[in-house]
Design a protein around this ligand. Sequence first.
Ligand SMILES: [Zn+2]
Length: 496
Amino acid sequence: WWNQAFEAAGYIDAFQVKVLPDDAHHLDIRYNVINWVHRSTRGWSYGGSVVDPRTGEIIKGNVLLGSLRVRQDYMIASGLLAPFDEGYEQDPRMMEMALSRIRQLSAHEIGHTLGIYHNFASSVNNRASVMDYPHPKVDIINGQLSLENAYDEGIGEWDKRTILYGYQEFPEGIDESYELRKILENTATQGLLYISDNDARPAGGAHPYAHLWEYGDDPTSQLSHILEVRDIALRNFGEAVISMGTPMTYLEDVLVPIYLFHRYQLEATVKLIGGYQYSYNVRGDNQLSPSILDDDLQRKALKEMIKAVDPNVLALPESILDLIPPRPAGIPTSREQFRGNTGPSLDALSMAQTAADAAIGLLLHPQRANRLVEFNARENTLGLEEVIETLLGSTWEQSTKTGYQGVIAEVVNFVVVSHMIELHTSSQANPLTKAKVLAQLERLLDTLEERKDPMAKQASLMIDSYFENPSDFEIPSSLPAPPGSPIGSDLMMCGY
Ligand SMILES: [Zn+2]
């Protein structure tokens, strides 16, 4: 794929991939190498370089491509497609998706060896870079899920520009710094965005278009789409996601990424709330200066985030609840499963709590809350009071329901109280933010007073005991979600 970028820069067949000669050693400095490695689990892959410290010249590129992620991708595809109706089908779609993912991943790691950083803003430019973290693109065709276009093929427009900038050689007499500046300007004029790790990864991030594991150019409508995909997959979920003879307990492993299918889109969409648009502009260039995100976009994002904690969304279809037995002797439990507090049965309430926690924790992140207070004062955009009022309006202030959905609604209500207290007590929250949260907690106490039922009393007790002794109060926490990203040290992701 990278040859496409070098050819676009005028270097014909400059970049080639071949099988390593039998007599070559993979550590030989003369060879750039892609190593196919087996690990204890689905670890990160890495792309690194041996660099001459005197000049910065890349001497050797070295990729470690982990093998086990292919299995995870295959499993996610099985969970989405539920292809094993009879149990013995040979369906090529899962393998095709897994292979298209590993092709994309190898191009990504090779990109690092060429000296290229992540660009997490490429989704908004129609998957313009292999240096983003892609999420499988799932299309809904006549109510069915399709993985036909799950991963992009070939090098992206952004990648061509980075090779042009980094590898172009200029003839004698040409002003190199002027020409390089021109490449940057033309890239910006083409509308290609660039935002990297420091702005895309943090939970308190503000850039509306820099996200990991997502696609699409509008994070809000994309959350709606992803929730619809998840809903279809959950309704189709059953024996048909595993082949005949597979222990039924493995259904839980397949269920985890489907139930949490929207987790990364939540991280993306929430960045529009208290959102701040910017580029890494330099004096004299034509890139965007920082600005508060349009109020309308912030409100739409809030509405969609709230939908993600609706009991309808968090409830599993009844058909799944009694489908999955615990692990038998000989098959150990693993970190890839949901943790629960119900012993052998699938803890559907803890699952709902974990999923609700992801959305509400992001919404009430202290950095986001501080920005909401400031931006609202400056430009009258969406404020923190309104965010919390909307959240309470769709949780504690709803009439109580009965049955399974009723208990899920109560689980979500308690997650809301916990995160309000957590925000109030956070050392990152400024006093203005704390004051607004305090007012909302007091308002909630009034609402709870009116309800008088045991759940309301329990929540009042929580808030009262926090007020009485804030420093000793232990905020109830949700069980952590099983890993979504590859497993291993977060500090070493992709080698950059
Ligand atoms: Zn990477």
